[in-house]
Design a protein around this ligand. Structure first.
Ligand code: NAD
Length: 496
């Protein structure tokens, strides 16, 4: 049994806690490790050591900070498969999917290596006679990140490389359900030459998060997770005068116009709804068929019947188990509610089994049609391989349906009409829009721009926005006296 260490002041240490959280393999429910709920003293040590490290790290030239990211990127690439295997063990993701999780994180590290140009300020010479103004972008101090179970490589890598490249130090509290991947990322970060104390990793749940949300040393908090926790983090963090970016749950629609390419639609819908067992914040969970496109639902059912879950290293499996027995029960109970509330259950994934793995948290592909906005399967994020089909008469009605949703993470339209696509992207009130792309996650030189109930805050993850989030702007107005110019400059310096 592996006890997951903490990473404090540049050392991997065993916690002194008596409170341990089991980490399981979701395909077998075997306990593969235990994560500590860090003690108060360990939380204090993380914060103090991050504050100490900030005093020296902020003085390290930006190009040296960028070089740590370059070495880190190379190491992550070198260990890509090995990290993905650890990730598959603790999440159940298929190997390809796990590799994708790591790869999307590597791309953020590449972006973080460009930090120097991202931290350039602005300059205007001669704002008044002999007076110049320039701005500097400076780090905030100690930042913290709290991450969810569903992307244990990508989401920690959304946060600490950007924050640290900007000159901050960082305390990561990864999900207690899959902490082994973030620990491997941490080992490699140390190997890349990150100085001691620049990154700290603590484990636990609400109690440990509350320390991060209330301690005055911490200047900014990044969170990704569910809606209730996301709201709590935003409210508590901002009440404690911190900068907070909080990415929360979602319910993403895909609009299918009758002029779309049917085969593309079917392939996209199957992958985007049941891929990763539906445990993606950008998964498509609602398919909105417009007009004649409704007649494609039987073929969608047929395509979904061919997909099955399985072990991480089973090359025939399309996706893995859900993360825990509790998650499986929740998804199954929502399927039952959908049926009870009158939706047509075309494919029922409850009671799914996988040969040789009788104890896994399996759910088969599940498809509903005739779903309405009053039903729980429409209103709640299911976070399982469940797709709800709805019908609308025209594009206008589809847009109106989606704009009434409290969520705004991702949305997609499949069409061959430029006019329909243009109207959709202009009018839709969702932060990430795909046109003939089912899961439009922006690459790291853009930002991850969820809206409405899917995001609380203003500056988003990665891209230029992350740099703004993790930095402060200092504006300097200066006047240098030279003997001849002095009198004239003094006479003329006035800014109304
Ligand atoms: P979660 O909210 O249960 O947990 C997220 C983190 O918060 C974990 O580190 C956990 O330990 C901590 N936490 C849990 N309860 C807490 C509490 N009461 N107080 C303080 N901290 C607490 O989320 P999850 O189940 O790990 O992740 C799945 C959710 O994350 C889904 O809702 C999904 O949509 C969302 N998500 C959103 C995005 C996005 O970008 N919008 C990306 C990925 C996942």
């Amino acid at each position: 049994m592996k006890n997951v260490p903490l990473y404090l002041a540049g050392e991997f240490v065993q916690s002194q806690t008596s409170d341990w959280i089991d980490v399981t393999n979701p395909a077998t429910n075997e306990v593969i490790a235990r994560a500590p709920a860090a003690t108060d003293a360990e939380m204090r040590k993380a914060i103090e050591s991050a504050a100490d490290a900030f005093r020296t790290w902020k003085e390290v030239p930006v190009s040296e900070r960028a070089r740590v990211m370059l070495r880190y990127q190379a190491l992550l690439k070198e260990h890509h498969d090995e990290i993905a295997e650890i990730l598959s063990q603790e999440t159940g993701k298929t190997f390809d999917d796990a590799k994708g999780d790591v790869w999307r994180g590597i791309e953020v590290v590449e972006h973080a290596a460009n930090v120097a140009s991202l931290m350039m300020g602005e300059t205007v010479g001669n704002v008044a006679r002999s007076v110049d103004t320039h701005s500097w972008i400076q780090p905030l101090g100690v930042c913290a990140g709290i991450t969810p179970f569903n992307f244990p490589a990508m989401i920690p890598l959304w946060m600490f490389p950007m924050a640290i490249a900007c000159g901050n130090t960082f305390i990561l509290k990864p999900s207690e359900q899959d902490p082994l991947t973030p620990m491997r990322l941490t080992e490699l970060f140390e190997e890349a030459g990150a100085p001691k104390g620049v990154l700290q990793v603590v484990h636990g749940g609400k109690e440990q998060v509350d320390v991060l949300l209330t301690d005055p040393v911490i200047k900014a908090v990044s969170f990704v997770g569910s809606v209730p926790v996301g709201r709590y983090i935003y409210e508590t963090g901002t009440r404690n005068m911190k900068r907070v970016q909080s990415f929360a749950g979602a319910k993403n629609h895909m609009v299918i116009m009758p002029d779309a390419d049917k085969q593309q639609v079917l392939n996209a819908l199957v992958g985007a709804s049941v891929g990763a067992a539906g445990q993606r914040c950008m998964a498509i969970s609602v398919a909105v068929f417009v007009g004649e496109a409704q007649s494609w639902i039987p073929e969608l059912k047929e395509a979904m019947t061919k997909v099955r879950p399985g072990a991480w290293n089973d090359s025939g499996a399309s996706y893995g188990p859900v993360i825990s027995p509790k998650a499986r029960e929740r998804v199954e109970s929502l399927i039952a509610t959908g049926e009870a509330q009158g939706a047509n259950l075309l494919l029922d994934g409850r009671g799914c089994t996988v040969d040789g793995l009788p104890d896994g948290n399996w759910i088969g592909p599940t498809l509903f049609s005739g779903v309405t906005t009053e039903m729980n399967i429409y209103n709640e994020e299911i976070f399982g391989p469940v797709l709800a089909c709805m019908e609308e008469a025209n594009l206008e009605d589809a847009i109106s349906l989606i704009n009434k949703s409290p969520y705004g993470n991702g949305v997609s339209i499949f069409t061959s009409s430029g006019g329909a696509a243009r109207k959709f992207q202009h009018e839709i009130e969702v932060g990430q829009v795909g046109v003939n792309i089912p899961i439009p996650v922006p690459l790291p030189f853009f930002s991850f721009t969820g809206w409405k109930g899917s995001f609380y805050g203003d500056q988003h993850a990665y891209g230029k926005q992350a740099v703004r989030f993790y930095t402060e702007t200092k504006t300097v107005t200066s006047r240098w006296f030279s003997s001849e110019a002095t009198a004239e400059a003094e006479a003329n310096f006035s800014i109304q």
